[in-house]
Write a protein that binds this ligand. Structure first.
Ligand code: 5AD
Ligand code: SF4
Length: 443
Protein backbone atom coordinates (compact mmCIF):
# COMPACT_ATOMS: atom_id res chain seq x y z
CA UNK A 1 0.00 0.00 0.00
CA UNK A 2 1.23 3.46 -0.87
CA UNK A 3 2.13 5.49 2.20
CA UNK A 4 -0.32 8.35 2.76
CA UNK A 5 0.95 11.90 2.62
CA UNK A 6 0.21 14.17 5.54
CA UNK A 7 -1.74 17.41 5.28
CA UNK A 8 -1.77 20.07 7.98
CA UNK A 9 -4.53 22.67 7.71
CA UNK A 10 -4.46 25.84 9.80
CA UNK A 11 -7.66 27.89 9.90
CA UNK A 12 -8.04 31.63 10.40
CA UNK A 13 -11.20 33.75 10.60
CA UNK A 14 -14.80 32.70 10.93
CA UNK A 15 -16.80 29.53 11.59
CA UNK A 16 -17.39 29.31 7.86
CA UNK A 17 -13.66 28.85 7.39
CA UNK A 18 -13.58 26.08 10.01
CA UNK A 19 -16.34 24.37 8.07
CA UNK A 20 -14.49 24.90 4.76
CA UNK A 21 -11.31 23.38 6.21
CA UNK A 22 -13.31 20.24 7.01
CA UNK A 23 -14.49 20.12 3.39
CA UNK A 24 -10.89 20.54 2.20
CA UNK A 25 -9.73 17.72 4.52
CA UNK A 26 -12.42 15.50 3.02
CA UNK A 27 -11.35 16.28 -0.57
CA UNK A 28 -7.72 15.60 0.33
CA UNK A 29 -8.60 12.23 1.86
CA UNK A 30 -9.76 11.04 -1.54
CA UNK A 31 -6.26 11.90 -2.80
CA UNK A 32 -4.05 9.81 -0.62
CA UNK A 33 -3.67 12.49 2.02
CA UNK A 34 -4.51 12.13 5.68
CA UNK A 35 -4.89 15.01 8.13
CA UNK A 36 -2.22 15.56 10.74
CA UNK A 37 -2.07 17.88 13.74
CA UNK A 38 1.73 17.72 13.73
CA UNK A 39 3.04 20.45 11.46
CA UNK A 40 6.55 18.99 11.48
CA UNK A 41 5.28 15.74 9.99
CA UNK A 42 3.38 17.50 7.18
CA UNK A 43 4.09 17.12 3.45
CA UNK A 44 1.46 19.75 2.70
CA UNK A 45 0.64 22.83 4.79
CA UNK A 46 -2.50 24.77 3.95
CA UNK A 47 -3.45 28.07 5.56
CA UNK A 48 -7.16 28.76 5.24
CA UNK A 49 -7.12 32.53 5.50
CA UNK A 50 -9.30 35.52 6.39
CA UNK A 51 -9.34 39.04 4.94
CA UNK A 52 -11.97 40.67 7.11
CA UNK A 53 -9.57 43.05 8.85
CA UNK A 54 -6.01 44.02 8.09
CA UNK A 55 -4.71 42.36 11.27
CA UNK A 56 -6.22 39.02 10.13
CA UNK A 57 -4.10 39.26 6.99
CA UNK A 58 -1.00 40.35 8.92
CA UNK A 59 -1.25 37.25 11.12
CA UNK A 60 -1.15 35.09 8.01
CA UNK A 61 1.80 37.05 6.59
CA UNK A 62 3.74 36.44 9.81
CA UNK A 63 2.89 32.79 9.71
CA UNK A 64 4.09 32.59 6.10
CA UNK A 65 7.46 33.93 7.19
CA UNK A 66 7.76 31.15 9.73
CA UNK A 67 6.75 28.59 7.12
CA UNK A 68 9.38 29.97 4.78
CA UNK A 69 12.03 28.95 7.31
CA UNK A 70 10.46 25.49 7.61
CA UNK A 71 10.47 25.08 3.84
CA UNK A 72 14.17 25.91 3.64
CA UNK A 73 14.79 22.92 5.90
CA UNK A 74 12.34 20.68 3.99
CA UNK A 75 12.48 21.65 0.32
CA UNK A 76 9.80 19.11 -0.68
CA UNK A 77 7.21 20.74 1.57
CA UNK A 78 4.20 22.14 -0.32
CA UNK A 79 2.65 25.34 1.03
CA UNK A 80 -0.78 26.50 -0.05
CA UNK A 81 -2.99 29.44 0.76
CA UNK A 82 -6.76 28.96 0.78
CA UNK A 83 -9.76 31.12 1.54
CA UNK A 84 -10.50 34.81 1.48
CA UNK A 85 -6.95 36.15 1.29
CA UNK A 86 -6.24 33.83 -1.63
CA UNK A 87 -9.32 35.17 -3.36
CA UNK A 88 -8.58 38.81 -2.60
CA UNK A 89 -4.92 38.87 -3.59
CA UNK A 90 -4.85 36.14 -6.23
CA UNK A 91 -1.57 35.78 -8.18
CA UNK A 92 -0.15 38.88 -6.50
CA UNK A 93 0.49 36.56 -3.57
CA UNK A 94 2.67 34.30 -5.70
CA UNK A 95 4.87 37.30 -6.49
CA UNK A 96 4.98 38.59 -2.92
CA UNK A 97 5.39 35.27 -1.12
CA UNK A 98 7.66 33.22 -3.34
CA UNK A 99 7.57 30.09 -1.23
CA UNK A 100 3.83 29.59 -1.76
CA UNK A 101 3.11 26.79 -4.24
CA UNK A 102 -0.65 26.86 -4.33
CA UNK A 103 -3.44 29.47 -4.16
CA UNK A 104 -7.07 28.38 -3.99
CA UNK A 105 -10.12 30.58 -3.38
CA UNK A 106 -13.25 29.47 -1.45
CA UNK A 107 -15.01 28.07 -4.53
CA UNK A 108 -12.04 26.16 -5.94
CA UNK A 109 -11.52 23.35 -3.44
CA UNK A 110 -12.86 20.63 -5.75
CA UNK A 111 -9.91 21.38 -8.04
CA UNK A 112 -7.37 20.67 -5.29
CA UNK A 113 -6.40 17.20 -6.64
CA UNK A 114 -5.52 18.59 -10.09
CA UNK A 115 -3.83 21.63 -8.59
CA UNK A 116 -1.70 19.45 -6.33
CA UNK A 117 -0.67 17.35 -9.33
CA UNK A 118 0.39 20.53 -11.06
CA UNK A 119 2.49 21.46 -8.02
CA UNK A 120 4.05 17.99 -7.98
CA UNK A 121 5.10 18.48 -11.58
CA UNK A 122 7.05 21.53 -10.46
CA UNK A 123 4.66 24.35 -11.35
CA UNK A 124 2.82 26.82 -9.18
CA UNK A 125 -0.95 26.32 -9.17
CA UNK A 126 -3.81 28.77 -8.73
CA UNK A 127 -7.60 28.68 -8.87
CA UNK A 128 -9.47 31.76 -7.71
CA UNK A 129 -12.59 31.43 -9.84
CA UNK A 130 -15.76 32.25 -7.94
CA UNK A 131 -18.79 30.14 -8.69
CA UNK A 132 -22.51 30.93 -8.81
CA UNK A 133 -23.57 27.48 -7.67
CA UNK A 134 -20.82 25.63 -5.77
CA UNK A 135 -22.10 24.58 -2.32
CA UNK A 136 -19.99 21.42 -1.77
CA UNK A 137 -23.40 19.85 -1.01
CA UNK A 138 -22.27 16.29 -1.68
CA UNK A 139 -19.01 16.45 0.27
CA UNK A 140 -18.99 14.83 3.67
CA UNK A 141 -16.77 17.04 5.83
CA UNK A 142 -14.09 15.37 7.97
CA UNK A 143 -14.73 16.61 11.51
CA UNK A 144 -11.11 17.31 12.26
CA UNK A 145 -10.76 19.53 15.28
CA UNK A 146 -13.87 19.43 17.40
CA UNK A 147 -15.17 17.69 20.45
CA UNK A 148 -17.33 15.06 18.75
CA UNK A 149 -20.31 16.81 20.35
CA UNK A 150 -20.82 19.98 18.29
CA UNK A 151 -20.43 20.45 14.53
CA UNK A 152 -20.94 23.06 11.83
CA UNK A 153 -23.14 22.50 8.80
CA UNK A 154 -22.71 25.00 6.02
CA UNK A 155 -26.14 25.76 4.49
CA UNK A 156 -25.30 28.58 2.14
CA UNK A 157 -22.29 30.38 0.70
CA UNK A 158 -21.44 33.85 -0.47
CA UNK A 159 -23.03 37.20 0.31
CA UNK A 160 -24.63 39.91 -1.78
CA UNK A 161 -25.40 42.46 0.89
CA UNK A 162 -22.39 44.63 0.08
CA UNK A 163 -22.14 46.36 3.45
CA UNK A 164 -19.84 49.28 2.72
CA UNK A 165 -16.99 48.12 4.99
CA UNK A 166 -17.01 44.45 4.09
CA UNK A 167 -14.73 42.39 1.87
CA UNK A 168 -16.82 39.19 2.00
CA UNK A 169 -18.98 39.73 -1.12
CA UNK A 170 -15.72 40.07 -3.09
CA UNK A 171 -13.97 37.06 -1.56
CA UNK A 172 -16.90 34.66 -1.29
CA UNK A 173 -18.98 35.67 -4.29
CA UNK A 174 -22.66 35.32 -5.00
CA UNK A 175 -25.11 34.04 -2.48
CA UNK A 176 -26.28 30.46 -3.04
CA UNK A 177 -28.16 27.96 -0.90
CA UNK A 178 -27.34 24.31 -0.46
CA UNK A 179 -30.12 21.86 -1.19
CA UNK A 180 -32.10 20.97 1.95
CA UNK A 181 -31.98 17.17 1.51
CA UNK A 182 -28.20 17.11 1.86
CA UNK A 183 -28.39 19.37 4.92
CA UNK A 184 -30.92 17.12 6.69
CA UNK A 185 -28.90 14.04 5.74
CA UNK A 186 -25.76 15.57 7.20
CA UNK A 187 -27.58 16.48 10.44
CA UNK A 188 -28.94 12.93 10.71
CA UNK A 189 -25.55 11.37 10.15
CA UNK A 190 -23.96 13.65 12.73
CA UNK A 191 -26.58 12.67 15.28
CA UNK A 192 -26.03 8.97 14.55
CA UNK A 193 -22.29 9.49 15.09
CA UNK A 194 -22.96 10.90 18.56
CA UNK A 195 -22.99 14.64 17.83
CA UNK A 196 -25.57 16.50 19.89
CA UNK A 197 -25.44 20.05 18.50
CA UNK A 198 -25.22 21.47 14.99
CA UNK A 199 -24.72 25.08 13.98
CA UNK A 200 -26.18 25.97 10.59
CA UNK A 201 -23.82 28.40 8.91
CA UNK A 202 -24.21 31.10 6.32
CA UNK A 203 -23.29 34.77 5.92
CA UNK A 204 -26.98 35.60 6.14
CA UNK A 205 -29.02 32.53 7.01
CA UNK A 206 -32.34 34.39 6.87
CA UNK A 207 -32.10 34.64 3.13
CA UNK A 208 -31.66 30.87 2.70
CA UNK A 209 -33.78 29.76 -0.23
CA UNK A 210 -33.78 26.05 -0.86
CA UNK A 211 -36.13 23.93 -2.90
CA UNK A 212 -38.03 20.79 -2.00
CA UNK A 213 -40.19 18.87 -4.49
CA UNK A 214 -40.10 21.86 -6.80
CA UNK A 215 -41.38 24.20 -4.07
CA UNK A 216 -39.39 26.92 -2.33
CA UNK A 217 -38.16 26.20 1.19
CA UNK A 218 -37.14 29.15 3.37
CA UNK A 219 -34.98 29.30 6.48
CA UNK A 220 -37.74 28.87 9.09
CA UNK A 221 -38.95 25.76 7.22
CA UNK A 222 -35.40 24.37 7.00
CA UNK A 223 -34.86 25.03 10.69
CA UNK A 224 -38.03 23.06 11.55
CA UNK A 225 -36.85 20.14 9.47
CA UNK A 226 -33.43 20.07 11.12
CA UNK A 227 -35.08 20.38 14.55
CA UNK A 228 -37.22 17.33 13.81
CA UNK A 229 -34.17 15.12 13.10
CA UNK A 230 -34.13 14.27 16.82
CA UNK A 231 -35.27 16.15 19.93
CA UNK A 232 -31.83 15.43 21.45
CA UNK A 233 -30.06 17.31 18.66
CA UNK A 234 -29.60 20.98 19.52
CA UNK A 235 -29.69 23.48 16.68
CA UNK A 236 -27.91 26.84 16.49
CA UNK A 237 -27.44 29.11 13.49
CA UNK A 238 -25.35 32.09 12.45
CA UNK A 239 -25.46 34.77 11.21
CA UNK A 240 -28.77 36.62 10.99
CA UNK A 241 -29.11 39.98 9.29
CA UNK A 242 -31.42 42.36 11.19
CA UNK A 243 -33.10 43.46 7.97
CA UNK A 244 -34.83 40.12 7.52
CA UNK A 245 -35.16 38.33 10.84
CA UNK A 246 -38.88 37.63 10.67
CA UNK A 247 -41.50 36.92 13.33
CA UNK A 248 -42.09 33.58 11.58
CA UNK A 249 -38.47 32.62 12.29
CA UNK A 250 -38.79 33.72 15.93
CA UNK A 251 -41.99 31.67 16.28
CA UNK A 252 -40.23 28.56 14.96
CA UNK A 253 -37.41 29.07 17.47
CA UNK A 254 -39.92 29.51 20.30
CA UNK A 255 -41.87 26.40 19.29
CA UNK A 256 -38.96 23.95 19.37
CA UNK A 257 -37.25 23.06 22.61
CA UNK A 258 -34.10 21.94 20.78
CA UNK A 259 -33.61 25.16 18.78
CA UNK A 260 -31.30 27.14 21.03
CA UNK A 261 -32.55 30.34 22.59
CA UNK A 262 -29.71 32.53 21.48
CA UNK A 263 -29.66 34.90 18.52
CA UNK A 264 -26.61 36.56 17.05
CA UNK A 265 -27.83 39.82 15.53
CA UNK A 266 -24.98 42.12 14.45
CA UNK A 267 -25.90 45.77 15.01
CA UNK A 268 -22.52 47.23 13.87
CA UNK A 269 -23.49 50.71 15.09
CA UNK A 270 -26.25 52.29 17.17
CA UNK A 271 -26.33 55.39 14.97
CA UNK A 272 -28.83 55.45 12.11
CA UNK A 273 -26.56 57.83 10.20
CA UNK A 274 -23.66 55.34 10.45
CA UNK A 275 -25.94 52.43 9.52
CA UNK A 276 -26.95 54.34 6.39
CA UNK A 277 -23.34 54.93 5.38
CA UNK A 278 -22.55 51.30 6.15
CA UNK A 279 -25.39 50.29 3.79
CA UNK A 280 -26.90 48.06 6.43
CA UNK A 281 -30.45 48.81 5.16
CA UNK A 282 -32.01 49.19 8.60
CA UNK A 283 -32.28 52.01 11.13
CA UNK A 284 -31.69 51.91 14.86
CA UNK A 285 -35.48 51.93 15.36
CA UNK A 286 -35.93 48.96 13.03
CA UNK A 287 -33.24 47.05 14.90
CA UNK A 288 -34.83 47.84 18.27
CA UNK A 289 -38.21 46.70 16.93
CA UNK A 290 -36.62 43.32 16.06
CA UNK A 291 -35.14 43.11 19.58
CA UNK A 292 -38.61 43.82 21.01
CA UNK A 293 -40.00 41.01 18.83
CA UNK A 294 -37.34 38.61 20.17
CA UNK A 295 -38.18 39.57 23.77
CA UNK A 296 -41.91 39.16 23.10
CA UNK A 297 -41.83 35.89 21.15
CA UNK A 298 -38.90 34.12 22.86
CA UNK A 299 -38.72 35.25 26.52
CA UNK A 300 -35.32 34.50 28.02
CA UNK A 301 -33.55 34.43 24.65
CA UNK A 302 -29.91 35.55 24.70
CA UNK A 303 -28.89 38.22 22.19
CA UNK A 304 -25.33 38.70 20.99
CA UNK A 305 -23.89 41.10 18.45
CA UNK A 306 -21.01 42.48 16.38
CA UNK A 307 -19.92 46.10 16.75
CA UNK A 308 -17.53 48.21 14.69
CA UNK A 309 -15.89 51.23 16.36
CA UNK A 310 -14.65 54.18 14.35
CA UNK A 311 -16.25 53.71 10.94
CA UNK A 312 -15.70 56.57 8.45
CA UNK A 313 -16.77 59.98 9.79
CA UNK A 314 -18.06 58.51 13.09
CA UNK A 315 -18.54 61.37 15.57
CA UNK A 316 -18.60 61.26 19.34
CA UNK A 317 -22.43 61.45 19.13
CA UNK A 318 -22.54 58.45 16.80
CA UNK A 319 -20.29 56.56 19.19
CA UNK A 320 -22.55 57.48 22.14
CA UNK A 321 -25.49 56.07 20.20
CA UNK A 322 -23.66 52.75 19.96
CA UNK A 323 -23.06 52.88 23.70
CA UNK A 324 -26.72 53.63 24.41
CA UNK A 325 -27.89 50.90 22.01
CA UNK A 326 -25.70 48.38 23.86
CA UNK A 327 -27.30 49.40 27.15
CA UNK A 328 -30.78 49.37 25.65
CA UNK A 329 -30.42 45.79 24.35
CA UNK A 330 -28.26 44.55 27.24
CA UNK A 331 -26.25 42.17 25.06
CA UNK A 332 -25.16 38.90 26.60
CA UNK A 333 -21.99 38.87 24.51
CA UNK A 334 -20.43 40.91 21.70
CA UNK A 335 -17.63 40.67 19.15
CA UNK A 336 -16.12 44.13 18.98
CA UNK A 337 -13.76 45.54 16.35
CA UNK A 338 -11.98 48.66 15.23
CA UNK A 339 -12.91 49.63 11.70
CA UNK A 340 -10.26 48.41 9.29
CA UNK A 341 -10.42 49.74 5.73
CA UNK A 342 -10.44 46.93 3.16
CA UNK A 343 -9.22 47.72 -0.35
CA UNK A 344 -11.91 48.11 -3.05
CA UNK A 345 -14.90 47.95 -0.72
CA UNK A 346 -17.57 50.63 -1.10
CA UNK A 347 -16.26 52.48 1.96
CA UNK A 348 -12.68 52.39 0.68
CA UNK A 349 -13.83 53.86 -2.64
CA UNK A 350 -16.28 56.44 -1.28
CA UNK A 351 -15.29 57.59 2.19
CA UNK A 352 -12.03 58.63 3.81
CA UNK A 353 -10.94 56.46 6.76
CA UNK A 354 -10.82 59.59 8.89
CA UNK A 355 -11.28 58.57 12.51
CA UNK A 356 -7.79 58.77 14.06
CA UNK A 357 -6.33 55.50 15.28
CA UNK A 358 -6.21 56.64 18.93
CA UNK A 359 -9.86 57.69 18.79
CA UNK A 360 -10.84 54.31 17.34
CA UNK A 361 -8.89 52.59 20.12
CA UNK A 362 -10.43 54.67 22.86
CA UNK A 363 -13.96 54.08 21.55
CA UNK A 364 -13.32 50.37 21.21
CA UNK A 365 -12.03 50.27 24.79
CA UNK A 366 -15.19 51.97 26.00
CA UNK A 367 -17.32 49.49 24.08
CA UNK A 368 -15.37 46.53 25.45
CA UNK A 369 -15.57 47.66 29.05
CA UNK A 370 -19.28 48.33 28.76
CA UNK A 371 -19.77 44.85 27.32
CA UNK A 372 -17.83 43.36 30.24
CA UNK A 373 -20.25 45.09 32.57
CA UNK A 374 -23.29 43.89 30.57
CA UNK A 375 -22.02 40.29 30.32
CA UNK A 376 -21.37 40.19 34.07
CA UNK A 377 -24.80 41.64 34.79
CA UNK A 378 -26.46 39.10 32.49
CA UNK A 379 -24.52 36.22 34.09
CA UNK A 380 -25.35 37.36 37.64
CA UNK A 381 -29.03 37.05 36.78
CA UNK A 382 -28.43 33.33 36.16
CA UNK A 383 -27.33 32.63 39.73
CA UNK A 384 -29.85 30.36 41.46
CA UNK A 385 -31.45 29.25 38.17
CA UNK A 386 -31.36 25.73 36.75
CA UNK A 387 -30.36 24.89 33.20
CA UNK A 388 -30.03 21.90 30.97
CA UNK A 389 -26.40 21.98 29.89
CA UNK A 390 -24.96 20.01 26.99
CA UNK A 391 -21.56 18.78 28.19
CA UNK A 392 -18.91 19.47 25.54
CA UNK A 393 -15.64 18.51 27.18
CA UNK A 394 -13.41 18.20 30.21
CA UNK A 395 -12.59 21.52 31.87
CA UNK A 396 -9.05 22.78 31.19
CA UNK A 397 -8.48 23.47 34.87
CA UNK A 398 -9.56 20.12 36.33
CA UNK A 399 -10.44 16.68 34.98
CA UNK A 400 -13.04 16.44 37.75
CA UNK A 401 -15.04 19.18 36.01
CA UNK A 402 -16.91 19.32 32.71
CA UNK A 403 -17.80 22.36 30.65
CA UNK A 404 -20.80 22.81 28.43
CA UNK A 405 -23.35 25.36 27.30
CA UNK A 406 -26.88 26.35 28.12
CA UNK A 407 -29.38 26.81 25.32
CA UNK A 408 -28.56 30.54 25.68
CA UNK A 409 -24.97 29.68 24.69
CA UNK A 410 -23.48 30.48 28.08
CA UNK A 411 -20.50 28.41 29.16
CA UNK A 412 -21.02 26.49 32.41
CA UNK A 413 -18.41 24.56 34.42
CA UNK A 414 -19.75 21.85 36.72
CA UNK A 415 -18.68 18.63 38.55
CA UNK A 416 -18.10 15.69 36.28
CA UNK A 417 -19.11 12.78 38.50
CA UNK A 418 -20.26 10.08 36.08
CA UNK A 419 -21.14 12.38 33.16
CA UNK A 420 -19.37 12.54 29.82
CA UNK A 421 -19.16 14.96 26.89
CA UNK A 422 -22.36 14.59 24.86
CA UNK A 423 -24.58 14.17 27.94
CA UNK A 424 -27.35 16.57 28.87
CA UNK A 425 -26.95 17.56 32.51
CA UNK A 426 -29.20 19.61 34.79
CA UNK A 427 -27.11 22.21 36.55
CA UNK A 428 -27.96 24.84 39.15
CA UNK A 429 -25.88 28.00 38.73
CA UNK A 430 -23.99 29.03 41.88
CA UNK A 431 -21.54 31.74 40.79
CA UNK A 432 -20.14 33.50 37.74
CA UNK A 433 -17.58 35.75 36.07
CA UNK A 434 -18.32 37.87 32.97
CA UNK A 435 -17.26 34.88 30.85
CA UNK A 436 -18.29 31.71 32.70
CA UNK A 437 -20.96 30.28 34.97
CA UNK A 438 -20.23 27.70 37.67
CA UNK A 439 -22.80 25.27 38.93
CA UNK A 440 -23.69 22.14 40.86
CA UNK A 441 -25.43 19.01 39.60
CA UNK A 442 -29.15 18.95 40.09
CA UNK A 443 -30.40 15.39 40.11
N1 5AD B 1 -13.47 46.39 9.84
C1 5AD B 1 -13.82 45.99 11.08
N2 5AD B 1 -14.72 45.03 11.32
C2 5AD B 1 -15.32 44.45 10.26
N3 5AD B 1 -16.26 43.49 10.19
C3 5AD B 1 -16.50 43.24 8.88
N4 5AD B 1 -15.75 44.03 8.10
C4 5AD B 1 -15.00 44.80 8.94
C5 5AD B 1 -14.04 45.82 8.74
N5 5AD B 1 -13.70 46.23 7.51
C6 5AD B 1 -16.88 42.88 11.35
C7 5AD B 1 -18.39 43.07 11.36
C8 5AD B 1 -18.89 41.70 10.99
C9 5AD B 1 -17.87 40.81 11.60
C10 5AD B 1 -17.84 39.42 11.06
O1 5AD B 1 -16.65 41.47 11.35
O2 5AD B 1 -18.78 43.42 12.66
O3 5AD B 1 -20.19 41.46 11.47
FE1 SF4 C 1 -14.88 34.49 7.05
FE2 SF4 C 1 -15.23 36.97 6.21
FE3 SF4 C 1 -12.88 36.24 7.14
FE4 SF4 C 1 -13.75 35.35 4.77
S1 SF4 C 1 -13.29 37.45 5.29
S2 SF4 C 1 -12.81 34.14 6.40
S3 SF4 C 1 -15.94 35.15 5.16
S4 SF4 C 1 -14.75 36.36 8.31
Amino acid sequence: MELKKKAYIETYGCQMNISDSEIVASILETQNYESTTDIKAADLILLNTCSIRDNAEQRVRNRLNELHALKRKHPGLVIGLLGCMAERLKDKLLEEERHIDLIVGPDGYRQLPQLLEQVESGQKAINVLLSADETYADINPVRTGGSGVTAFISIMRGCENFCAYCVVPYTRGKERSRNPQTIIKEARELFDQGFREVTLLGQNVNSYHGEENGLPLDFPALLEQVASVNPLLRIRFATSHPKDISDTLLEVIAAHENICKSIHLPIQSGSTRMLGMMKRSYTRDWYMDRIAAIRRIIPGCAVTTDIIAGFCSETEEDHQETISAMRQVGYDYAYMFKYSERPNTIAARKYPDDVPEEVKSRRLDEIISLQQELSLKSNKLEIGKEYEVLAEGISKRSDQQLFGRTSQNKVVVFPRESYNPGDYVNVKILSCTAATLRGELKK
